[in-house]
Design a protein. Structure first.
Length: 427
């Protein structure tokens, strides 16, 4: 009897670097990326390396550089480091290839495939981006990677779509975050599937993975007994208990909004409360929260597959093997998170058409007809404001405010010098 094909392992990592990307990461990536390689050994008699590795960054580099489009050097360094680390710690010396990378301002996504499997079967690789800051700028936005994996030349295969996003911050802006997600669904568009003419949304895929700094907060009511200590060191002790975290998850804004069917329709998530809140930490501290914000699970990984039932929203045929944060990183106010997902058993028969996600009848995502206009309007404003900001930062030796002051003083001196002779002649 023929053996069943192995279930693919997908490793997803997300990190808001607090604009530290250009200054390099605080340490090797082994603490962040290797735990999944180690824990995966229970899946088989031999240790199994991930088939796909997706790494997302938010706030990758200072905003004036990101808006100016000067991110190429930083993303290339990140790519080289990531590739070296996942290969150095692969349990069976597996090799990996970059499937795709995409960056928009400070949001970046890199996806890798194993050379002895997925990387040889990948086709139709696509990347996209969208911004939803002021004037559709990319200071807040999302990037996406989509590709198809075919077992044979005449197999339609299955599509994998990865989205990395950085949504609107601040506790009270839940509606803005919900609107950000709707904007992503309507404007992060890929080419048509099959013979269709309309662009396809992120939901037109076989498997969907959504990661990033989603910025949903822990929002306890004022009547809650722990409300008064939510920004105090005492709350850190509360968060040390998994039982307490499981109770507090009921006040997680993302959980509340998902239950309403407002956002992330059809997407599932692992038990995020099993790790401590990933935000907001004091810089250079492993386990000290800032008293300026309520600790929250802002950094998340969600997913779904085409065999998941739209009626059973709490269940998934994807097994969440690992979902955790990495406390040892201390140069950001966020902790990086990582998830290891075991995909469903692949069917052995050929696909005559690409299988797609099953969605509730009440949810029919539609592309925004003005998506392209909004996208490039934002990009134009990104470049204009970014280059001005970058110039002022150079004039201010690293400070845009000092640069603006120097520019104003210089302009005044130039005008005085220019008008000086005419002023003296008129006397």
């Amino acid at each position: 009897m023929a053996s069943q094909p192995e279930r693919l392992l997908v490793q997803i990592a997300s990190y808001n670097t607090n604009l530290q990307g250009s200054a390099a990461l605080p340490q090797d990536l082994v603490d962040w990326l290797a735990p999944t390689l180690q824990v995966s050994q229970f899946l088989a008699k031999k240790r199994q390396a991930p088939d796909i590795v997706a790494v997302g960054f938010q706030e990758l580099l200072p905003l004036h550089l990101g808006l100016s489009g000067l991110s190429k050097a930083v993303i290339e360094k990140r790519h080289a480091l990531i590739l070296s680390q996942i290969e150095a710690h692969a349990p069976n010396k597996e090799r990996y290839s970059l499937i795709a990378k995409v960056v928009n301002v400070g949001v970046a996504l890199l996806v890798y495939g194993r050379d002895d499997g997925v990387a040889r079967k990948v086709c139709d690789v696509q990347t996209q981006w969208t911004g939803f800051g002021p004037l559709f700028m990319g200071n807040k936005g999302a990037v996406g990677v989509r590709f198809r994996i075919c077992e044979t030349d005449d197999d339609a295969g299955e599509t994998y779509t990865f989205v990395n996003a950085h949504l609107t911050p601040h506790d009270h802006k839940v509606s803005c975050r919900n609107a950000d997600y709707e904007h992503i669904v309507r404007t992060l568009l890929f080419p048509p599937l099959g013979a269709g003419e309309s662009p396809s949304t992120i939901y037109a895929t076989s498997h969907l993975f959504f990661l990033g700094d989603l910025n949903y907060r822990l929002d306890m009511p004022e009547t809650h007994p722990m409300y008064s200590i939510r920004k105090s060191p005492e709350f850190t002790q509360v968060l040390s208990s998994e039982k307490s975290r499981e109770e507090l998850k009921e006040f997680d804004q993302l959980t509340v909004e998902k239950r309403k069917g407002t956002v992330f329709v059809g997407l599932r998530e692992g038990d995020f409360w099993k790790f401590k809140c990933s935000y907001k930490y004091e810089l250079n501290e492993v386990d000290t929260y800032s008293t300026k914000r309520v600790p929250s699970w802002t950094d998340r990984v969600l997913y779904t597959t085409y065999s998941d039932s739209p009626e059973k929203t709490a269940e998934s045929n994807i097994t969440n093997v690992l979902y955790t944060s990495i406390p040892s990183y201390t140069t950001s106010d966020h902790k990086p998170i990582v998830s290891l997902l075991l995909m469903p058993q692949r069917i052995t028969t050929k696909h005559t058409s690409i299988p797609q996600l099953q969605l509730p009848a009440s949810f029919q995502p539609r592309p925004d007809p003005y998506a392209l206009l909004k996208k490039y309007t934002g990009r134009c404003f990104d470049r204009i404001i970014g280059l001005i900001w970058w110039t002022l930062t150079l004039l201010g030796a690293g400070s845009g405010i000092v640069g603006l002051f120097n520019f104003t003083i210089g302009l005044g001196v130039w005008n005085l010098f220019k008008n000086g002779p005419s002023a003296r002649n008129s006397v």
